[in-house]
Design a protein around this ligand. Structure first.
Ligand code: RB5
Length: 149
């Protein structure tokens, strides 16, 4: 069960900047503790520079969950999923946010800042953080995700 005292890192490139700022503001008023990993403006930047630090931190267990954004969510999720202990899920609606926790035990939600409305994105994060992994057959499946080369 998610504990609201936990700090959640959130980071984006310029494509996700506006939604990141909105989420930090909205989720803070709901009692979540967010740590902003940048970027800090709409000036064009390279998303891996902002996503790697969050994925690394989740990978080594500094945080249980993370929130990452870029314009499409694709580059952010590709970057984060390079880490063996990260399961980053690109989500665009409420059902995806719920299912990826129930079935994939995703620990990072990747949001497409240019393709979701901000209110839905806020609800998606809320659902993501407050849905527990089902385990059972889904545990067997996520255990088969890593490659050993
Ligand atoms: C930036 O224009 C855009 O390419 C980036 O935010 C993201 O969508 C990449 O996957």
């Amino acid at each position: 069960m998610f504990d609201k005292n936990q700090v959640i890192p959130v980071g984006s490139d310029h494509g996700g900047f506006e939604l990141k700022e909105y989420l930090i503001q909205k989720l803070s008023t709901k009692g979540y503790r967010l740590k902003d990993y940048g970027t800090s403006s709409i000036v064009s930047v390279d998303y891996p520079d902002f996503i790697h630090p969050i994925a690394k931190a989740v990978n080594i267990g500094m945080f249980d969950f993370g929130i990452i954004l870029c314009g499409s969510g694709q580059g952010a999720s590709m970057t984060a999923n390079k880490y063996p202990n990260v399961r980053a899920a690109l989500c665009w609606d409420l059902e995806q946010a719920k299912l990826t926790r129930l079935h994939n035990n995703a620990n990072i939600i990747a949001l497409p800042g240019r393709f979701v409305d901000f209110e839905t994105a806020t609800k998606m994060v809320d659902i993501f953080l407050n849905t527990d992994f089902e385990g059972g057959r889904h545990k067997n499946r996520i255990d088969k995700i890593p490659v050993s080369e």
